[in-house]
Design a protein around this ligand. Structure first.
Ligand code: PMP
Length: 352
């Protein structure tokens, strides 16, 4: 038998959201926080055009896309590092800081990939329990030791949807030593409407140890193509560019992301619609009697404890796939109005 690293025996596998179908065939996938809309025709056209070049390797520096992102955010191109989805950029971050004895601090529960990536890279996870549904930034600051190389703050947090406020985050950043990299994971930034939830791009500028992760998978609707990026000061971005597998961001992903930035107004208008639906869904759930933490992301969180798997099964009867975290709760993405209605129907029936 080939021998593998012992850590693989104890690592849980990443569990992607799966679709389910009702008896009559209806199926609503609200388990992966994807965009509920079909790709824009202009983006599909760009991909079709780009397909003529797929016998060539992609531009390894992704220069066109990097420049488009730099222009979009008003940052130098040298501050950007791309990856095959922001989860891969997160993996590159672990590769970049991972040396024996290194620790990473993050809230728990948060994005499921953090502990997997830490285990894979040999970095020790220091999980700081949420206070209620929120990041406990005081406890996180206290958890930083001289072994800490990196801290993740997922804002808004997956799966609870909750967000840290500007004043809290600024005083947290002031407490973290400058040789610890703070990663603000903003996969859901475009859905934020609360002006007190800071845009990480306003925070990283004066702080060389702070960087921001963004993705084309959610608001930009390119989950299937895998494009994400980091914005940070030059030494951070350069370190991450060094850890990329050559040609990781493929040609079609690059052209689709550029086309999406060109069509940004249309895409952000769709985000507005999702945000309106988010308000409707949350208010309807509260009217049904549920406790729903305020959410700035494209999903809601229901803390169900030991009823979580029963709840997911009840939703599946309506054809609605949600994301259960056994013993804790369920995360439910905001879909189109029909999908959201199917979910609300299942949620109401569950309480009866
Ligand atoms: N960060 C967070 C907080 C997420 O929820 C996700 C996706 N579920 C990602 C990063 C990764 O997204 P992607 O790799 O598709 O860019």
């Amino acid at each position: 038998m080939p021998r593998f690293r012992a850590i693989l025996d104890t690592m849980p596998a990443y569990r992607p959201g799966k679709a389910v179908a009702a008896a009559d065939g209806r199926s609503y996938k609200l388990s992966s926080n994807e965009s509920p809309y079909d790709p824009l025709p202009s983006v599909v056209e760009a991909i079709a055009e780009g397909a003529r070049q797929i016998h060539r390797y992609p531009d390894p520096g992704a220069i066109g896309l990097t420049e488009a992102i730099a222009e979009r955010h008003g940052v130098p191109a040298s501050h950007i590092a791309l990856g095959a989805g922001s989860v891969t950029v997160a993996q590159q971050l672990f590769e970049a800081v991972g040396e024996p004895g290194a620790e990473v601090v993050y809230a728990w529960r948060s994005f499921e990939a953090y502990p997997l990536l830490a285990d894979l890279s040999g970095v020790t996870s220091v999980r700081v329990p949420l206070a209620g549904e929120d990041h406990d930034l005081d406890a996180m600051a206290e958890a930083v030791t001289e072994r800490t190389r990196m801290v993740f703050v997922c804002n808004p947090n997956n799966p609870t949807g909750t967000s840290v406020r500007r004043a809290q985050l600024e005083s947290f950043l002031d407490r973290v030593p400058g040789d610890v990299l703070v990663v603000l994971d903003e996969a859901y930034r475009e859905y934020v409407r609360d002006a007190d939830v800071p845009d990480g791009l306003t925070l990283y500028r004066d702080r060389p140890n702070v960087c921001v992760l963004r993705t084309f998978s959610k608001a930009y609707g390119l989950a299937g193509l895998r494009v994400g990026y980091l914005i940070g000061h030059e030494p951070v971005a350069a370190a991450i560019r060094k850890t990329i597998i050559p040609f990781a961001v493929n040609h079609l992903a690059q052209v689709a992301a550029v086309a999406s930035l060109r069509a940004e107004d249309e895409l952000l208008e769709r985000v507005d619609r999702v945000v309106k639906e988010r308000t409707r869904v949350r208010e309807a759930l509260i009217a049904q009697g549920w406790t729903v933490p305020p959410t700035e992301a494209n999903f809601v969180w229901l803390r169900l404890g030991d009823r979580t798997l029963d709840f997911a099964a009840a939703c599946a009867v309506e054809g609605v796939a949600v994301r259960p975290f056994a013993g804790e709760g369920a995360r439910v993405s905001i879909g189109d109005p029909e999908a959201n209605d199917a979910f609300l129907k299942a949620a109401a029936a569950f309480l009866e």
